[in-house]
Ligand binder design. Structure first.
Ligand code: NAP
Length: 167
């Protein structure tokens, strides 16, 4: 089973504030939905609470040490147990979808990165650890323009990149 990580981050590696996202980019949400649909998605308890419900057409796995429970999600207090659950369901690509704590802990297991680099700088309380791309090969790249409304930025510009870990 391949383990992938999908995340959107700003210029200073910022990913969230007050348990919420820092921007609204509908094209990025659509992209996230297309990429993760049909797969197991693994997240931390705080990210699940931020989303608030299991995402449709995906199997939600939530990590919690406090025995968190919610209808429609599978909770684990052990990373390997979560991986094993996905493997036992014949998953071929498990997606780690955040947040900061989970990205940091699970990064050593990741084989493939789906990154949205957002043209955003601002206050944040959740960050990604900077990634050293020297051990990764770029396999896909696409740029998206900002969307303006009445001369103001409604949705920032962003780049979507896929990286595969070097052998
Ligand atoms: N930009 C993006 O792409 C993106 C994506 C996702 C999330 N985010 C943002 O990230 C922020 C949330 O990140 P966060 O770091 O605060 O929280 P988080 O990573 O979502 O969740 C942390 C929680 O996960 C559980 N946990 C962590 N490691 C565990 C382990 N090894 N075993 C069992 N349980 C474990 C613990 O839950 P218990 O306390 O229940 O034990 C811990 O409190 C929010 O601002 C959110 O909007 C951004």
């Amino acid at each position: 089973m391949k383990i992938s990580m999908i995340v959107a981050y700003g210029k200073n590696w910022e990913i969230g504030l007050n348990n919420e996202m820092l921007w609204h980019i509908s094209e990025d949400f659509k992209n996230f939905k297309t990429i993760t649909s049909g797969h197991h998605i693994l997240m931390g308890r705080k990210t699940f609470e931020s989303i608030g419900k299991p995402l449709p057409n995906r199997t939600s796995l939530v990590l919690s040490n406090k025995g968190f429970k919610h209808e429609g999600v599978h909770t684990f207090n052990d990373i390997q147990e979560a991986f094993n659950f996905a493997r036992a369901s014949a998953e071929e690509e498990l997606f780690i979808i955040g947040g900061a704590n989970i990205y940091e802990t699970l990064f050593p297991y990741v084989d493939k990165l789906y990154l949205s680099e957002v043209d955003f700088e601002g206050v944040a309380d959740a960050f990604l650890n900077p990634i050293d791309f020297s051990t990764w090969d770029l396999s896909e790249e696409k740029s998206y323009d900002a969307i303006l409304e009445h001369g103001k930025i409604k949705s920032p510009a962003w780049k979507f990149k896929v990286w595969v870990k070097k052998d």
